[in-house]
Design a binder for this molecule. Sequence first.
Ligand SMILES: C[S@@+](CC[C@H](N)C(=O)[O-])C[C@H]1O[C@@H](n2cnc3c(N)ncnc32)[C@H](O)[C@@H]1O
Length: 381
Amino acid sequence: MGGTPESSPASWPRRQYGEQMAQTTSGMNPGYDDTAYFQHKIAAMGRDRLVELVPEVLAADAGPDFVYADYGCGPGAAAVDCAAAVFAQVQARDPLRSRLATLQDQLGNDWQTVTSRIRDYGRAAADSQSSIAWSMCVGSFYDQVLPAGSVHVASSIMAVHFLSAQPAVTVPHSASPVDAAGGDAQRLKRSAADDWLNFWRRRSIELAEGGAMVVRPIGSDDGKARSTAVQVNRALGLAADELARGEVLAQDVVDSYVIGAYPRTVEELRSPFDDGLLPDLELVEASMHFDADPIRMRFEVDGDAQRYARDLTLFVRGWSDTSVRTNLVKPGLEARGRSATPADVESATNEIYGLMEQWWRDDPDSHPFQAWTPIVVVRRR
Ligand SMILES: C[S@@+](CC[C@H](N)C(=O)[O-])C[C@H]1O[C@@H](n2cnc3c(N)ncnc32)[C@H](O)[C@@H]1O
């Protein structure tokens, strides 16, 4: 399906160093799964909520099949886990239904890991009656990507905070969108609101009547300091500053870089539903939860600062690496008039994360990863 004008915020001015509206991310780093303990914790609560919704959805639609979809599936661990739990419930209640699962993400996603996961799941389930027809769907969840009225239950874990386009803002000494000020902050807020509305408009088309969806993106308790990853993103901005000081990256590119992932408050999450902009959808729940960082919790037990710094860096790199390479390092090298081959980009990217690791090793209390994670449950009327 093609995009519509709503898919890319017109409010962002073109960045000086690129003609195209840049993507916020093209997928996760290959190491993402190795340190995704936090994401797995978040996914488990979403999965349990999804399973609770299955009986009502089955009752609302007596059709021959049952379709589960996950949007922004990444390497697929959470999606395959959710699908297995959802379909176990479907099978227990209505064993004759055909079970179909669609995993959705962008072109640059690690689809190879997704396919091996599906194959492993199929092998493990081969002797049971739980066969599932799997499909993969490439595109942006800001577009309609699945047929109208086709999805019974859906999930999206740690994905819908990625904005539809890389923001063009000026935020010196920080890579956190939360630190944008004045007009930049206003435009960022407006674009995030447009994206959130647009995401749900598309889902209101794709969800079957009586269908339901659970979404767990990053969030914010106060729109400022109590926002997911704000301190980590500040450390990223400071590390990029060091490279600008060393004349590796251009300072103006560093100053205008933020991670294109917006942590929404409960008020922002509720807004389009409360304002009647999504008349076909009922907001069942929007609540915020503080989740302790499992890497920090382990450090508090073993006191191993080296391990803490290494794992926190790998974890942060898992979700930020493609954004840093594409929207900070490559344009930053080019704007300095430096060579920006893949090897040059790799080397400068390693320097940034190397600094962050060093800071966390030297002072494990600096720039901790803290997370406020909403759970949003929506039903299609
Ligand atoms: C942090 S990963 C989460 C992956 C997985 N859901 C999990 O919980 O481990 C975010 C995923 O969202 C995807 N994503 C970001 N923007 C997207 C868009 N507009 N359309 C589809 N997927 C998108 C990224 O490609 C990435 O795979």
